[in-house]
Design a protein around this ligand. Structure first.
Ligand SMILES: Nc1ncnc2c1ncn2[C@@H]1O[C@H](COP(=O)(O)OP(=O)(O)O)[C@@H](O)[C@H]1O
Ligand SMILES: O=P(O)(O)OC[C@H]1O[C@](O)(COP(=O)(O)O)[C@@H](O)[C@@H]1O
Length: 306
């Protein structure tokens, strides 16, 4: 079974604003609300690709109820912990000439609720896949993903971590099967400006040396690079199309990568389907649908460059 965990779900409030001006009252010409959170997005795309999975996570308050109601329509199994206080966050995604995001901090999670979620991990068996995705509310320690990996160390579980900063760095020595920083997150991890493909490969290899089994660096419209388990470097172009809403592209890529890998354990297929899912979401209002993924897949080429 595949499991995802979303510690910090959201309602994503997407506002389209013509010529946004900082420091002024701007008015949007279109607003939409989607349930968000990296793990839930991964679950949605996995389900769309026909992979049954279970989403774990925390929800709180009226926003949490709305997230749950929307997710129930998506077909994957839901096993949520309901917090007694606070509300799940509303993340603002502003589309203007540029895309700007404000992601909330999220509600407090106390130790009792944390234990409730951690005890669910005891159901996991050898051969399962676990995806830890997204930020955590500041009430939790930033070694929580590490704690989970430690707890599962005796089981043969492939763990995928899509997170940033310390949350990610802290798990590397536990050998996550896949990590997927984007270009900007890679720069943040090494506190440096990364200017070209050679430098991206250099820093991605450093993450592999620190323990990650596969390192996938997503580059938005410029494609993606993978340093695979067997030390090959793959480059994949991005499809050409009209950018509608790139929120969730990274999560879609993670889901597509896993689905592609599971077909016949080929990394070429993993990055190919991953890029198709990421692109298909960028070209859709909400997360991608199967028809768009199939169409985008045809436009993508994978090269083994090392
Ligand atoms: N504008 C775009 N055009 C085509 N493909 C895109 C576009 N934006 C994202 N993608 C696809 O989705 C993947 C993940 O997107 P990216 O923006 O890098 O991730 P994140 O959402 O984590 O920042 C990219 O590597 C690419 O394959
Ligand atoms: O947990 P974080 O890092 O704040 O990110 C949460 C946000 O990430 C998303 O899952 C989208 O992520 P990506 O664009 O990186 O795929 C949104 O749905 C959500 O608002």
């Amino acid at each position: 079974m595949i499991y995802t965990i979303t510690f910090n779900p959201s309602l994503d409030y997407v506002m389209k604003v013509k010529d946004f001006e900082e420091g002024k009252t701007n008015r949007s010409y279109q607003e939409t609300i989607y349930p968000g959170g990296k793990g839930f997005n991964v679950s949605t795309i996995l389900q769309c690709l026909g992979l049954e999975n279970t989403a774990l996570g925390f929800i709180a308050g009226f926003t949490g109820k709305e997230i749950e109601d929307q997710l129930k329509k998506r077909g994957f199994n839901l096993d949520l912990c309901v917090l007694d206080e606070g509300i799940s966050r509303i993340n603002v995604k502003m589309k203007s000439t540029k895309e700007t995001e404000i992601n909330g901090n999220g509600p407090n999670i106390n130790n009792i609720k944390l234990d409730e979620l951690l005890s669910k991990l005891d159901y996991l068996n050898n051969g399962d896949i676990l995806i830890l995705a997204g930020s955590i509310p500041s009430s939790l320690p930033d070694n929580i993903y590490e704690t989970i990996m430690k707890r599962l160390i005796l089981k043969k579980i492939k763990v995928i971590v899509d997170a940033t900063g310390e949350l990610l760095l802290n798990v590397l020595s536990y050998r996550p099967f896949l990590i997927k920083p984007n270009h900007h997150e890679l720069e943040e991890l090494f506190k440096t400006k990364i200017n070209n493909q050679e430098e991206i490969i250099f820093y991605a290899k450093k993450l592999k040396e620190q323990g990650a089994i596969n390192v996938l660096i997503s580059l938005g419209k410029d494609g993606a690079l993978l340093i695979s388990e067997d030390n090959h470097v793959y480059f994949c172009n991005s499809a050409k199309g009209e950018l509608i809403n790139s929120v969730g592209s990274g999560d879609s890529m993670v889901a597509g990568f896993i689905a592609g890998y599971l077909k016949n354990k080929s990394y070429q297929e993993a990055i190919h389907l991953g890029s198709a899912c990421g692109g298909a979401t960028a070209f859709s209002d909400d997360l991608a649908k199967k028809e768009m993924i199939d169409k985008v897949y045809q436009q993508i080429n994978v090269e083994v460059i090392e």
